[in-house]
Design a protein around this ligand. Structure first.
Ligand SMILES: [Ca+2]
Ligand SMILES: [Ca+2]
Ligand SMILES: [Zn+2]
Length: 310
């Protein structure tokens, strides 16, 4: 569900003054209480989906709060939600932040990550991240959680958990995105993302080589061929063990709650997003990288009924 061009400025719609007020309030928060907060704006000018607005906002905010349990920063990430004819959903930061020149490439982090890391919004009052939801997907596939912070209500049969989708998309908005060609790994110019910088293509497959993620997984982490800002592949390509991961690019099961994995968090650390899990030693924990919390339970109990590409 990536958008390859992370620097584009689509949906440069002016936000309400209320958002600016929110940002100003955020700056006055006691540093001891510093946290990453979110605002959500629905971009539905024709008012096509009024019944979905409130559930979308509550579910996106819960998804953001899940990441915030692990993020270290003082930022307000403004997310704009729109609709289009795409089959599922996609998400990306609206802009990027320059990190350094590594001698060959100018390296950019996701704009939302820049705000988490520096406390400064790289594009002012414009949205920091955009999530686009397919119209048919919204109406016919997604299930909005009535208690999205709790995540224990039954998921309607055959439906895809919206909170899971939004956690996944915010994973792209904050960290896991880039500019490479998904089939040959080439870069479009003299720039790359922090994720690209640690990604290699060996002629057949993509791998993420960040030190923490590699130590945790025990070897370079296989990325999805053709959609490399995701984890894992179907056999015979490498990484079928990563298909249950939140950030996998192979299948997203219905009737299943996904959650952030330790491997996802280590990738965040490797690309420079400050987090609570980034301080400890880099050690392999091969038995624990997979999933934890409700996502694990949900996955084990309610496994695969339907698959689709995201
Ligand atoms: Ca912001
Ligand atoms: Ca902004
Ligand atoms: Zn995705």
């Amino acid at each position: 569900m990536r958008q390859r061009n992370g620097v584009r400025y689509r949906h440069a719609v002016a936000l309400r003054l209320a958002l600016a007020a929110t940002a100003i309030l955020a700056l006055s928060v006691n540093p001891a209480l510093a946290t990453v907060m979110y605002t959500v704006t629905i971009d539905d000018p024709a008012n096509l989906f009024p019944a979905y607005h409130a559930p979308i906002v509550s579910n996106v905010l819960a998804a953001g709060a899940r990441w915030s349990q692990f993020l270290v920063g003082d930022a307000t990430i403004d997310l704009q939600i729109g609709f289009s004819g795409i089959p599922t959903a996609e998400g990306s930061s609206v802009t990027t932040g320059f990190v350094r020149n590594n001698g060959t490439f100018n390296v950019f982090e996701q704009g939302a990550a820049a705000e988490v890391r520096t406390g400064m919004d790289p594009n002012g009052p414009s949205p920091d991240g955009v999530i686009t939801i397919g119209k048919n997907y919204l109406v016919n596939n997604l299930a909005f959680d009535p208690h999205p912070a709790v995540r224990s209500d039954p998921i309607p049969a055959g439906r895809t958990d919206a909170v899971s989708i939004f956690i996944h998309e915010i994973g792209h908005i904050l960290a896991i995105n880039g500019f490479r060609d998904g089939f040959n790994g080439s870069l479009p110019g003299d720039y790359e993302s922090t994720f690209d910088e640690q990604t290699t293509f060996d002629g057949s497959n993509f791998f993420f080589n960040g030190p923490r993620a590699t130590a945790l997984y025990g070897k370079p982490v296989p990325l999805t061929f053709g959609n490399y800002v995701h984890l894992g592949n179907a056999d015979p390509r490498p990484g079928s063990d990563l298909i249950p991961d939140l950030m996998n690019g192979v299948q997203f099961n219905t009737d299943t709650r996904y959650d952030i994995s330790l491997l996802d968090l280590d990738i965040f650390c490797d690309v420079g997003v400050p987090g609570t899990t980034c301080q400890g030693p880099v050690v392999p924990e091969p038995s624990t990288w997979l999933l934890f919390g409700s996502g694990l339970v949900g996955f084990l109990l309610l496994r695969s009924k339907l698959k689709h590409r995201r």
